[in-house]
Write a protein that binds this ligand. Structure first.
Ligand SMILES: Nc1ncnc2c1ncn2[C@@H]1O[C@H](COP(=O)(O)OP(=O)(O)OP(=O)(O)O)[C@@H](O)[C@H]1O
Length: 283
């Protein structure tokens, strides 16, 4: 059991309640996310139906500050809908969703969720193909300005350093002047992760990062995501089990819109319910 589940269990024991969010939400609501309780994301009792079908069904999930969590589950388990709810793209019918202990995600529009520090990386890379790697990061830094204004903006030394740091982190320093359109699929994915990092998100949601990557690229991606944990909370949705095993300390298995199991990869892989609904199908 990790430190997050232990502290949440302590709360539950103390208050004799299943859900803990309102017990920890004591701080003022403002634009700076409060993670002093060690929790980046509280989702409690989330339900979302589409035409009577429950894509999410009373889902409760907590993600710790600085944690790297993998979410797995068979097709249609509700993984994308879950990401959509967190980022404000989809409104749940019921439940609560808080970022840190002070930001009610259900009151925020999609762009406000991003501004408050939740970055989302979709499966397909979207980079500015006709701009260099460096320019892509520069544009991401000035996401609120137009392209021309951003590229003619004089970068401060500090901003240049920041771009340099991110280039190093995503392994593209040697490619800084290469047009993004000429990068490999994997390099484009890293550039997009780098662009998100320019906004310094506290929580990063990453959808199937290694789909279509070579073995080497997959390994480098594992290293990159692992290196982000600590500074950022990272939630990875992924189908590639070897990849999940290589990065995850804690895995959440979704099934029919709720959490079926949570634990280390070994724990969930040995859980008979998981084997039946998911991993069993893979073998
Ligand atoms: N906008 C929508 N309208 C109707 N049904 C939807 C909508 N979005 C999702 N669903 C349904 O909700 C269920 C959960 O879908 P979701 O895409 O969240 O699953 P998933 O776990 O991401 O699946 P996959 O691994 O295949 O991407 C599916 O049965 C899907 O058909």
């Amino acid at each position: 059991m990790n430190a997050l589940s232990r502290s949440l269990d302590d709360f539950r024991e103390l208050m004799r309640r299943d859900q803990v969010f309102d017990l920890v939400n004591r701080s003022a609501r403002n634009d700076t996310v409060d993670m002093s309780h060690g929790v980046a994301l509280y989702l409690e009792g989330i339900t979302k139906s589409f035409d009577g079908f429950r894509a999410l069904d009373d889902l409760t999930l907590y993600i710790g500050d600085g944690e790297l969590r993998c979410i797995i589950g068979p097709n249609g388990a509700g993984k994308t809908t879950l990401m959509d709810v967190i980022t404000g793209k989809t409104r749940p019918d019921e439940g609560s969703a808080w970022f840190g202990s002070n930001m009610d995600l259900l009151r925020l529009k999609e762009h406000e969720v991003a501004q408050r520090g939740i970055g989302r990386k979709f499966q397909k890379p979207t980079v500015y193909e006709n701009h260099t790697v460096f320019e892509n990061l520069e544009l991401a830094m000035h996401a609120d300005r137009g392209i021309m204004t951003s590229l003619t903006w004089r970068l401060s030394g500090e901003q240049q350093d920041r771009i340099g740091e991110i280039l190093e982190l995503i392994g593209l320093t040697a490619r800084r002047d290469t047009e993004a359109g000429l990068l490999s699929h994997g390099q484009k994915q890293w550039l997009e992760i780098g662009s998100l990092l320019m906004q310094n998100p506290r929580l990063l949601l990453v959808d199937e990062p290694v789909a279509g990557m070579s073995g080497q690229e997959t390994e480098a991606t594992a290293e990159l995501l692992t290196s982000l944990a600590g500074k950022h909370s990272v939630v990875v949705v992924e189908h590639d089990m070897d990849f999940v095993r290589s990065i995850a300390r804690e895995v959440t298995v979704l099934h029919q819109g709720s959490v079926l199991a949570e634990g280390s990869m070994d724990q969930v892989q040995n859980d008979p319910r998981v084997r039946e609904v998911y991993l069993g199908e893979e073998e």
